[in-house]
Design a protein around this ligand. Structure first.
Ligand code: SF4
Ligand code: SF4
Length: 264
């Protein structure tokens, strides 16, 4: 049996103590990184996952988001309505959304619902200050989810030289083709255009090109929608026309702004 070895000799205990105190002193003198929320608002990225917003008009009640949600915290109720036949067509049934709610007490902000929605009805808003006194209030109903849409940032500008999305490109191509056909027909009917007319045609073309480059997120123009519904148009048609009216007006407004800036 071997004899027990003598314990190794350690350095003076004060060295470790001094090192520890050095770290404490360094941290004590450095600038604090803690932000005093809510006095200091955090500088969050513009597309932070704060809360989910619902564009109710786009929701077709396909239930994909509710089925894919890993927490089962999306609640959807709907009923079916028969839409009367149009011009001799068959009557069709469509789903009408009665309830769309998200329980943010359960939600884990994974974003799956936003990703899977095939109709662009769900969006992330960076708003995060919606804490409540009771847990029940964290279930946001569709009216509240619709209000969050106002805080959703617009889509980012396309990079210089980037291709437009397929649907937009197709729409623009079709509009340009029609315009070219119309112009050719007019030219054939009146070949001798005077200079003033030609100038105004070129000006219009430039304006059209400017409006084509502006991207606007479609929203419903409520006045147009109400007017069309009062005139007896179906809600679907009224909604589409009201969105188109909003986009046209907004593009014109932004184009006027750009022109005013260029002239000023
Ligand atoms: S973010 Fe995730 S957990 Fe929250 S509602 Fe959507 S799918 Fe469900
Ligand atoms: S996936 Fe989109 S369209 Fe389908 S129910 Fe959910 S929000 Fe509505």
């Amino acid at each position: 049996m071997s004899a027990p070895t003598a314990p190794k000799k350690k350095g003076p205990p004060q060295i470790g103590l001094l090192k520890g105190l050095g770290v404490t002193l360094k941290t004590f003198l450095s600038k604090p990184t803690t932000q005093q929320y809510p006095k200091t608002k955090p500088d969050l990225a513009p597309r932070t996952r704060g809360v989910i917003a619902l564009m109710e008009e786009n929701c077709t009640v396909c239930m994909l988001c509710a089925r894919e949600c890993p927490d089962w915290c999306i609640y959807i109720d709907s009923h079916k309505e028969t839409v009367p036949p149009k011009d001799g067509g068959r009557a069709r049934t469509r789903n009408i959304l009665d309830r769309f709610a998200i329980d943010f007490a359960l939600c884990m902000y994974c974003g799956i619902c936003v990703e899977v929605c095939p109709f662009d009805a769900l969006f992330w808003s960076p708003e995060f200050e919606y804490s409540t006194e009771t847990i029940e209030e964290l279930t946001h109903e569709k009216e509240q989810l619709r209000k969050w849409m106002d805080t959703v940032p617009p889509p980012p500008e396309l990079e210089y030289g980037a291709e437009l999305p397929k649907e937009i490109q197709q729409g623009l191509d079709a509009a340009r083709k029609k315009a070219a056909q119309r112009a050719a027909a007019t030219a054939a009917a009146a070949p001798a255009k005077d200079d003033a007319e030609q100038d105004s045609g070129e000006k219009k073309e430039v304006e059209q090109r400017l409006e084509d480059t502006i991207h606007v997120e479609a929203q419903i123009d409520q006045d147009v929608f109400d007017k069309l519904v009062a005139e007896g148009k179906s809600e679907r048609v009224a909604r589409a026309k009201a969105k188109a009216a909003y986009v046209r007006a907004e593009k014109k407004r932004q184009a006027d702004e750009i022109r005013a800036k260029e002239e000023g």
